[in-house]
Design a protein around this ligand. Structure first.
Ligand code: ADP
Ligand code: MG
Length: 702
């Protein structure tokens, strides 16, 4: 159960004074969803950290105040100048001066009485806001703050600025956040004292207070000790949750699975190709893990098509050799079927008995499969969630392979693992995840990687061309088309608006259709699924040879004879996306090329991205570079990858804390495996705070 001390923080935001349903709805679009809780909670407001600050500490004088800067001035209020009667839209001006000159404080729709009270003539006051020059005179439109000199300390000199959403006012948001802050209870320290001391971390509550109430702009930087404290908390919660599930997994002793190598030899002979070096290495690493008496916990990474399923087959064959069973768990029915179809002929050739079990199986057929599984008449079962339903039992399940693991929670993995006696676990993912993120997402897993391109892929020549030379590129496309080649032309997202995005693609389509006639097709996100399929099929069949597309083609289209891809406004794409897009070509026999059309002048980051694209096709390298250039936000398929999104930690700034958190988590569990000590209790609170309480349930069911 959640510690009651956190109740206030897990109350819906509407529990805060001044937060009604309308504001709550706005906050819902602004704050990330809290797991299975739909409504934003007080806690979510606390973790909404400033993106920067406004620094009002800069004192200035009227004549020399830098134009456009936010400054704080000491001025004497000289006179009020209400708009002339009937001058519609004219502002109310209040003139003020200091030794160097005169400044107009400008209020649109200003109410006279209110302004006279706010800015009494003759009074010396502090005003803070943005200085602008209008018709050769300095002015400040709607100062952010004004107060009497005597009340100077009421002015927030360093004001946090928050990521916003349309319709929300900064003042209202700030008020809600401060109100949330006032509900923060005193919490016991959960970080090890030595870590606190070594990294000079302030207490949790103080860190939050300092970030939302900064007294110096430094505090609101990700590098600050305050921010690092919170990042560490988030990492620690994550690492502890992972360590807990690992503890559960490895508590039961594994067993040694050693075969005589007969089946792998047979499979190798039956394969129509030879294994790549990377596959051989991965297969050997896995075999060694399986032969060891400890339970295997290994991650196998490699691009789609890099041959992971093939590697898994060797692992499953090794299990079968020791007389045990394997289960291959896929996230969807389609993927399960695809795996079964790939594996079936090889299994048949070497005498491995394979079955497919999904939600579609029912009645007699299902009953027969279950009986065969239980009797040990099936060596390898491929399937979906159906594999770990209650009435499914195995004679001896020794290896669990999970494909696209991120789509399965810890509990599902455990549910399947429980079907066997401490089975070995192999997790496969197609997302190239940089090393730091592997730690964040998976904790201490051993990793095998299938580097390089999938088998059979040809290198792609990548060139970068300024869009002033677009005519030349169109000419070359024309030549390629008459040579019988096929090409993609990608139009980017324009200003994040789907509509203008579409217009750009439609215009480009019109241009190219004008040049090349009916062999040009169009596919975009506004089309229905069927329309998209039709457009892609026409391209695949060669009825169209040049297809203009928005980024919808990023996913899952395979047209092996397409050999050119032009990416317009390449500077607007992230590295991950560029890599994905380029992966559309180079799949067939022909030499392929990728043309990155960019608009000048190129920013530093865009330049670096293009350079990386020209240098390498290695998804892992690109993911690492992407992380360096942009932070974790834009990683290849981060959203789909199930890499936990962090609320407050920023991998690009805080990666160094991850390993410390991992070691800390390990040490805690070594000393206090059930989190029963006072520090253990505090850590349970931490798990709830950061939504990792799934791990607490592991403790209870332990
Ligand atoms: P993944 O699971 O990583 O997406 P698969 O194992 O399904 O990849 O392999 C993709 C395709 O490549 C399959 O058709 C497979 O038969 C083939 N393949 C696997 N390994 C090799 C190899 N070493 N050489 C050539 N083709 C391979
Ligand atoms: Mg696969």
């Amino acid at each position: 159960m959640r510690p009651t001390i956190l109740d206030q923080l897990f109350a819906p935001v509407t529990a805060l004074e001044g937060v009604g349903p309308r504001l709550a709805a706005l906050l819902k679009t602004l704050l990330p969803p809290s797991g299975d809780i739909a409504e934003p909670r007080v806690r979510d407001l606390l973790f909404h950290l400033p993106s920067g600050v406004i620094d009002r500490r800069q004192r200035a004088e009227i004549a020399t105040a830098p134009e456009g800067a936010i400054v704080t001035l000491t001025v004497r209020i000289d006179r009020h100048a209400p708009p002339a009667r009937g001058a519609k839209g004219a502002p109310y001006r209040v003139f003020a001066d200091d030794e160097t000159g005169e400044l107009a404080l400008v209020y649109f729709r200003g109410e006279r009485q209110w302004l006279e009270k706010l800015l009494p003539e003759g009074e010396t006051m502090l005003v803070s806001g943005r200085i602008e020059w209008f018709n050769g005179r300095p002015q400040m439109v709607h100062p952010d703050f004004v107060c009497r000199l005597a009340e100077a300390e009421t002015m927030p000199l360093v004001e946090p600025v928050y990521p916003m959403t349309a319709g929300l006012s900064p003042k209202v948001l700030r008020k809600a956040i401060l109100s949330a802050l006032s509900r923060l209870p005193e919490l016991d320290e959960w970080i090890d004292q030595s870590v606190v001391a070594r990294h000079k971390l302030p207490p949790f509550g103080e860190a939050l207070a300092r970030l939302h109430h900064p007294t110096d702009p430094q505090a609101a930087q990700p590098e600050s000790a305050t921010w690092r404290r919170l990042a560490y908390d988030e990492f620690l919660a994550g690492q502890l949750a992972l360590a807990l599930s690992r503890q559960r997994m490895t508590k039961a002793r594994g067993r040694s699975l050693v075969g005589d190598g007969r089946l792998p030899r047979k499979i190798r002979a039956a394969l129509p190709f030879s294994l790549t070096e990377a596959q051989k290495t991965a297969i050997a690493e896995i075999a060694e893990d399986m032969a060891a008496p400890d339970r295997m916990l290994r991650l196998l990474q490699g691009d789609v098509g890099s041959g992971k399923t093939m590697v898994a087959l060797f692992a499953m064959a090794a299990a079968a050799e020791s007389g045990a069973q394997s289960a291959l768990l896929a996230p969807t029915e389609i993927l399960a079927r695809q795996h079964a179809a790939t594996l079936e002929p090889l299994c048949a050739a070497v005498g491995l008995r394979l079955a497919l079990l999904t939600g579609r199986d029912s009645g007699r057929a299902r009953a027969e499969k279950l009986a065969a599984l239980e009797a040990g008449e099936i060596d390898i079962v491929v399937g979906t969630h159906a594999l770990f339903q209650d009435d499914v039992s195995y004679r001896d399940l020794a290896l669990v392979v999970v494909d696209e693991q991120h789509r399965f929670g810890v509990h599902q993995r455990l549910a399947l693992s429980r079907k066997g006696r401490a089975p070995d676990l192999l997790v496969m993912t197609a997302t190239p995840i940089p090393r730091t993120l592997v730690l964040a997402a998976f904790g201490d897993m051993e990793v095998s990687r299938l580097h390089g391109k999938p088998p059979g892929r040809k290198p792609v020549t990548t060139v970068a061309v300024p869009d002033s030379r677009i005519g030349e590129i169109v000419g070359r496309i024309g030549a390629a088309l008459s040579n019988g080649e096929k090409a993609y032309w990608i139009c980017p997202l324009v200003e994040e608006s789907e509509k203008s995005d579409l217009t750009a693609a439609e215009n480009r389509f019109a241009d190219l259709e004008g040049a090349f006639g009916p062999q040009v097709g169009l596919v975009h996100g506004r089309m229905s699924g069927e329309e998209k399929d039709a457009a892609m099929s026409a391209f695949k069949a060669g009825e169209t040879r040049l297809i203009v597309a928005t980024t919808v083609i990023e996913v899952g289209v395979d047209v092996p004879d397409a050999s050119i891809i032009v990416i317009e406004h390449a500077e607007r794409f992230g590295l991950a996306q560029l890599h994905q897009l380029r992966g559309r070509v180079g799949r067939g026999e022909k030499a392929s090329s990728c043309v990155l059309l960019y608009r000048t002048p190129l920013g530093e980051v865009a330049k670096a991205r293009i350079a990386v694209m020209r240098e390498t096709e290695d998804g892992f390298r690109i993911a690492e570079e992407d992380l360096k250039l942009r932070g974790e936000g834009d990683l290849l398929g981060t959203k789909q990858s199930g890499i936990p999104g962090f609320r407050v930690a920023r991998i690009d700034h805080h990666a160094d804390l991850l390993e410390i958190a991992r070691d800390d988590a390990r040490m805690v569990l070594a000393r206090d495996p059930d989190l029963k000590t006072p520090r253990g209790e505090a850590l349970r609170t931490l798990l709830y705070l950061f939504g990792r309480d799934e791990a607490v349930r592991l403790l209870r069911s332990g």
